[in-house]
Write a protein that binds this ligand. Structure first.
Ligand SMILES: [Zn+2]
Ligand SMILES: [Zn+2]
Length: 139
């Protein structure tokens, strides 16, 4: 709970009950969930929660830099509590999004000199077939 509150406060987000629950879900589930997944998971415990609230909360989290918005999958927007620069891999077969370990070519936004343009987000998207799906195919 502490870490969730800290994350919200660090990014100047007022910690309402629903915001805490959504941020906590994101931090606990590093599977890059969608609005629908988060709504389905949280609505039994928060009956007053609406899908719009989930969407708007994720928008605030992302705008304030407390979470990342991923558009790697054109059918679903996904969210990530990991705000360090890292690459994503979308498996075209199972649809899962994986984190790829960062190599030196992945820079922090501050490290990039864009001739006066302020870089706020960098996305590295890779698509293909994941290890698990490749193995299943072979067997
Ligand atoms: Zn796969
Ligand atoms: Zn990620």
């Amino acid at each position: 709970m502490e870490v969730v509150l800290e994350r919200l406060q660090q990014h100047n987000i007022k910690p309402s009950m629903q915001r805490i629950a959504i941020m906590k879900y994101l931090m606990d589930h590093r599977t890059h969930p969608t609005v629908d997944e988060i709504y389905t998971a949280l609505s039994p415990t928060i009956p007053t929660l609406s899908k719009t609230t989930v969407y708007n909360t994720l928008k605030i989290l992302s705008e304030q830099g407390a979470a990342q918005t991923l558009t790697i999958d054109e059918r679903n927007t996904c969210y990530d509590a990991d705000i360090t620069p890292h690459a994503h891999f979308l498996c075209k077969h199972c649809g899962k999004i994986y984190d790829l370990s960062c190599d030196a070519s992945i820079k922090q936004t501050e490290e990039i000199d864009m001739d006066g343009y302020e870089v706020q987000e960098i996305h590295y998207y890779y698509k293909g077939i994941c290890k698990q799906c490749k193995e299943k195919k072979r067997s």
